[in-house]
Design a protein around this ligand. Structure first.
Ligand SMILES: NC(=O)c1ccc[n+]([C@@H]2O[C@H](COP(=O)([O-])OP(=O)(O)OC[C@H]3O[C@@H](n4cnc5c(N)ncnc54)[C@H](OP(=O)(O)O)[C@@H]3O)[C@@H](O)[C@H]2O)c1
Length: 276
């Protein structure tokens, strides 16, 4: 995913919601951000990560996936428990469960560990991010295309900025009951409808090309994805195409007090991110 401000949103919320003055030194701001919202796991040996935690801290866990993801997250959760952390807010994925394809399976294992840890937890289960779109659409011969295996399945894509807002809300209000929050955007378009919305926003024709799983696997492999991951990704898209991500939830609005950003809003804000 590209960033488009999700981390910046968290950062500014952390500052807004804290007592740090706007003209504070950058070091002070960073310190407050780490205190309020967590620290980056990569590059930090577990011991130093553990020593960064204090009783009562609120911990935000979010990162990409990598082969060591599950053991590293387990380790961090155990360190948080030992440090008497007050709450863990973790970004996961809708439908996460052990054995699910790709991130769903990894997140499922981490979720199970977190729930059994004795820590207070909030799990955020977003569907696909709108922020993926600019990297997926490619322009050749004057026409834009993006590929998938979703068929006519609808997906309630979410703007990652709303995930950041939800996380910031949960991390800065009193710790509530343990809960899993399924996060979606306000509507669930088909991929043809997404293509039409992108075309309107960019003033250039963009088409969605639906491919059978085999064909999409080959295409993803040619783009550099290892074979098994390419197959799993194509299969995941076909699974999602059965409508399992087609329902939308009112969770973003219930937690933040305002509706989630629409696809049109995302496209207006980020039209410049598409490589025309
Ligand atoms: N993308 C989606 O559509 C989607 C949908 C549902 C759920 N999710 C879940 O949401 C999470 C974030 O997804 P994403 O697409 O934003 O991922 P991403 O772009 O691949 O990674 C997010 C950030 O994680 C940081 N990161 C990378 N390696 C790390 C490491 N070893 N330790 C700590 N941080 C590391 C990087 O920060 P820096 O840039 O600072 O290096 C990176 O920008 C993932 O767990 C994913 O499974 C994603």
């Amino acid at each position: 995913m590209q960033h488009f401000g999700s981390k910046q949103e968290l950062f500014s919320r952390a500052v807004q919601d804290s007592s740090v003055p706007e003209d504070a030194e950058p070091g002070e701001l960073v310190e407050r951000m780490l205190e309020t919202l967590g620290v980056k796991l990569s590059g930090l040996p577990p011991a130093s990560f553990g020593s960064a935690l204090s009783p009562g801290d609120r911990l935000f866990l979010n990162s990409s996936l990598w082969p060591g993801f599950v053991p590293r997250y387990r380790e961090v959760i155990d360190l948080a428990r030992s440090a008497d952390v007050a709450q863990v807010v973790k970004v996961s994925v809708r439908g996460a469960e052990p054995g699910a394809l790709l991130g769903g399976g990894m997140h499922g294992e981490v979720e199970a560990h977190l729930k059994a840890s004795g820590l207070a937890w909030s799990i955020l289960q977003p569907v696909g991010f709108m922020q993926n779109l600019p990297a997926e659409v490619s322009f050749q011969d004057g026409e834009g295309r993006f590929h998938g295996s979703y068929g006519p399945g609808r997906v309630g894509y979410i703007d990652a900025r709303d995930i950041a807002d939800v996380a910031a809300t949960l991390l800065t209000r009193p710790v509530g009951a343990d809960e899993t929050y399924v996060l979606t955007g306000p509507e669930a378009p088909t991929h043809d409808e997404i293509a039409a919305a992108v075309s309107a926003a960019l003033g250039r024709t963009v088409r969605y090309v639906d491919l059978p799983v085999e064909e999409l696997t080959g295409r993803l492999e040619r783009q550099g994805l290892p074979g098994p991951a390419a197959r799993d990704l194509a299969e995941l898209m076909a699974q999602i195409g059965d409508g399992r991500w087609s329902t939308t939830t009112g969770t973003v609005e219930a937690l933040t007090g305002r509706p989630p950003r629409s696809l049109t809003r995302f496209l207006t804000d980020h039209a410049a991110a598409f490589r025309l």
